[in-house]
Design a protein around this ligand. Structure first.
Ligand code: SF4
Length: 258
């Protein structure tokens, strides 16, 4: 077990975890990845799965690469990551690329170098992130790329749900919401998504109201996420004693959500 595991037995500050993790998953300009693949989401997207996330969501489908970052994956330079994604996209006729699997915004300079390479092409890049690390400065550095779209995935509808689902301090939910406003302020293309499997309607309404305070009608662009019951997700939920109000079987995800 890494020291990260020991510190996560109580409520934790994800920014502190991120700083610890960066020492593990980054080496010079290279970052650890555990897989490169073609995926079905977004109508087909070339995907690089990175290692390490500062959150500990109870519904997370990432197993070993999230929980044992020291042992998982191998280091890849930005050029290497881009080449893998480009090759997959060319073979499959995809127009979109992404980094997924864990938290892509760890190792900021590495990610920006990947995005610089993507920017010289016609590909679109979907940046799926919890937003925890996206402060005003980070958002500003993303704003120079013409083909990046950020999807900030909120972990629950309120700070209490966020803390229950991630184990992080409730106030860290504000970092997620702030990422949205920082992206909006910097004119970065962005939309919110939220894990709503555990949310009663009144909390969903609170979130919708909050989003509309950031930007009129932003709530209309909220993408609802629901837990997909992969075997390791079931195991995590059982261990945490948490039951979703709504979830999908892996084979039962509605087409409109893919
Ligand atoms: S943010 Fe994503 S990768 Fe990180 S723990 Fe949550 S579900 Fe897993």
């Amino acid at each position: 077990m890494t020291s990260i595991h020991i510190k996560l037995t109580m409520t934790y500050d994800p920014l502190k975890v991120a700083a610890q993790l960066e020492r593990i998953v980054m080496k010079d300009d290279a970052r650890k990845y555990y897989r490169f693949r073609a995926d079905r989401w977004y109508g087909g997207i070339a995907t690089a799965d990175c290692v390490g996330c500062p959150l500990r969501c109870v519904f997370c489908w990432s197993g070993f690469p999230r929980d044992r970052p020291k042992e998982a994956g191998e280091f890849h330079t930005p050029e290497d990551v881009f080449d893998h994604l480009d090759l997959i996209a060319q073979k499959r006729g995809f127009e979109q690329l992404r980094v997924s699997g864990n938290e892509p915004t760890l190792g900021r300079e590495h990610l920006l170098e990947v995005l610089k390479l993507v920017d010289q092409t016609d590909y679109s890049f979907i940046l799926e992130t919890s937003g925890i690390l996206i402060d005003a400065d980070y958002a500003e550095s993303l704003s120079i790329f013409k083909n990046v779209h950020v999807r900030v995935s909120l972990k629950g509808a309120t700070s209490e749900e966020f803390s229950m689902l991630t184990g992080a301090t409730p106030e860290s939910f504000e970092l997620q919401l702030n990422a949205l406003t920082h992206c909006l302020d910097a004119s970065v293309s962005v939309h919110p998504s939220a894990m709503l499997s555990f949310s009663p309607q009144e909390n969903i309404q609170k979130l919708l109201d909050r989003l509309d305070e950031f930007q009129p009608h932003l709530s209309k662009r909220l993408e609802a996420e629901y837990v997909i019951m992969y075997p390791n997700v079931k195991k995590r939920l059982k261990a945490a004693g948490v039951k979703p109000r709504m979830a999908y079987a892996p084979s039962g995800v509605p087409l409109e959500l893919i």
